[in-house]
Every structure is written in C-alpha cells, then in structure tokens.
Design a protein around this ligand. Sequence first.
Ligand code: ZN
Ligand code: ZN
Length: 171
Amino acid sequence: MSDMEMKVSIPLDDDGYLRRECPLCLKQFKILLTKEEKGDFVNKAINSYMVKDEKIESGDDNDLEHTCPYCGQKAHSDGWWTQEQAEFFRTIAENMAADIVNETLVKAIKGMSNDLFKVDANEMEKKEVWMHPEINDMVVFNLDCCERKIKIEDEWNGTVYCFFCGFPHEK
Ligand SMILES: [Zn+2]
Ligand SMILES: [Zn+2]
C-alpha cells in the first residue's frame, strides 16, 4: 500500500472531451485533451490539493493561463475545474493523506503498545470517490488558430475565444 501511483480517471464524454468551468463567468464548455494532457491533468489536480499551503505566486507562470471561450477573461490553468471535479480531486487527495497517516503514524503508535502500556489509534476513514458520468451535450467548435477542438453551448452566438491562445473567433 505504499505505492502512491494512483490510477485515477476523470469522466469524459463519448468523444473524449473534458468539462471545464470558467472561474469568472461560471459558464461551462469542454476541451479535447491530448493523450499527454490527460495523465498530466489528473496528477496536477491532485497535487494542487496535496500542497495546499504552498501558494503559487501569480506572475511566475503566466504562460499557464487559459482564456474563457465565452467571456474572454484569462485565469490560471488550475482554475477551470467544475465544482464536482474539484470535489472529486479533493476527496482523492484526502484519501491519499489518510493512507499515509494510517500506514505510518497509526502503525507506529500501535507498535508502541506492550503488555504494560496500551496505546490505541483510530485509522482515518476514507471517503468514497465518485463522479457523475459525463453527458454528451454541447457542440464542437474548431479552433483553427491552435488546431484544437472545444465544445461550447449550443445556443452561444457570440465571439468564441480560444481557450489555449485567446484568439477571438467571430461566429
Ligand atoms: Zn468566462
Ligand atoms: Zn488558439
């Protein structure tokens, strides 16, 4: 159980798109991830909950900003999780922390017990990790600027900004 490599997969729709939510206008859209990004995303998300106390200084990594397709505002690449995704990763991070405590601290405390001296420690409980399956909504929009695809709300008639480079596409 010391193996910390966890296979975590986040629900994608049938076409492989990941749901995202703008932290500013709260509208949702989806992006098609590359293979490398898929693995990366999950690890980064979990890490961002594991190292809560180390605040990432803004300004250091401006190149990691993304643009909202609807409102055109920029936000750091960690800021685009939906509420449910954020909760999902938080729970995984908490379970990993519980594993560490149970495997090391609780064992060590229990190991101090002998006939004369009884110590007990309760193991930390783990929560169930679950997320709704992704539904197949929204329509594909081609971002020719970056040769990437996103899905946006069917009824959106305004400018679509590229999530990756910020280029405004008139619809
Ligand atoms: Zn927005
Ligand atoms: Zn672009």
